[in-house]
Design a binder for this molecule. Structure first.
Ligand SMILES: NC(=O)c1ccc[n+]([C@@H]2O[C@H](COP(=O)([O-])OP(=O)(O)OC[C@H]3O[C@@H](n4cnc5c(N)ncnc54)[C@H](OP(=O)(O)O)[C@@H]3O)[C@@H](O)[C@H]2O)c1
Length: 252
């Protein structure tokens, strides 16, 4: 896809991977519409990228619809060309310590909101015969991670949603990409309330994901792992689940 001159809605544009993606898109000549809850951080990224800040809480029942409407108005008559479903929250700990509200909130932001935004915005792209939708998943959604069962489930659901959608949209001018990051150096861990405490793999800068994401749109890539070697645990999990489970039990 030729990105220059297009309009992209980036959820989670106020921080981490979303803010880095907005910068990379602006460099590629894209006008970013930045969604998040923190108006100050959104405005700062908007100023830096020539974008527009759209505050919305994606955990609420009408949050995705309110955002889709505001973004459609802001995009103008040619509509939104690219939807980047990046906003997400984590939660880590034993499942019995997670409250019903925390689980519902996580599913709302990480899974329901991308589904609703896609349902509201992608049919317009298909009607125009032109567009791209990106889902920022996680290696947790490809393999499952101990202590992150609900987060892993939400990201696995997102991956399956994207695969089904790609098949449904084939030949209609709308591309679908899934980005699968490993460990990335962003405020994600601080926001989830539990720091990343492993020595390996070392966290990568958010720009690595942003550049891979922009390239995935330009090259119409279906699934991209960041870093690339992360495809190995995902492959092992799919091909040899018993072996994967034994190794994960030993090394975490
Ligand atoms: N960092 C990692 O290691 C890693 C690894 C794999 C996948 N990921 C995924 O990458 C994506 C981006 O995460 P990040 O690392 O950049 O984390 P981050 O810095 O914490 O950014 C999360 C973004 O999501 C937005 N957000 C959270 N709750 C929201 C809500 N209720 N309504 C609207 N927006 C909301 C935040 O906006 P406000 O703060 O303005 O509300 C923020 O812009 C997430 O989907 C995450 O699951 C991250």
């Amino acid at each position: 896809m030729q990105l220059s001159g297009t309009v992209a809605l980036v959820t989670g544009g106020s921080s981490g991977i979303g803010a880095a993606t907005a910068r990379a898109l602006a460099t590629a000549g894209v006008r970013p519409l930045l969604a998040g809850r923190d108006p100050g951080r959104l405005q700062a990224v908007a100023r830096e990228t020539g974008g527009l800040a759209l505050a919305a809480d994606l955990a609420t029942a009408d949050g995705p619809a309110v955002l889709a409407e505001a973004a459609t108005q802001a995009a103008g008559p040619d509509g939104i060309d690219v939807l980047i479903n990046n906003a997400g929250i984590g939660w880590a700990g034993p499942i019995e310590q997670m409250t019903a509200e925390q689980a519902a909130n996580l599913i709302a932001v990480d899974l329901t909101a991308p589904i609703q935004l896609t349902r509201l915005l992608v049919p317009g792209m298909a009607a125009r015969g032109h567009g791209h939708v990106v889902f920022v998943s996680s290696i947790a959604g490809a393999t499952g991670v101990r202590g992150e069962a609900v987060y892993s489930a939400a990201k696995a659901g997102l991956g399956c949603f994207a695969e089904s959608l790609a098949s449904e949209l084939a030949g209609r001018g709308v591309g679908v990409s899934v980005i699968v990051p490993g460990v990335i150096d962003t405020p994600f861990f601080e926001h989830r309330g539990r720091p990343y405490d492993r020595r390996r793999p070392a966290p990568l800068p958010a720009q690595r994901v942003a550049h891979a994401l922009v390239r995935a749109i330009e090259r119409e890539q279906g699934m991209v792992f960041v870093p690339r070697w992360m495809r190995l645990p995902a492959w092992l999990h799919g091909a040899l689940p018993g072996t994967y489970r034994r190794l994960a039990g030993r090394f975490g």
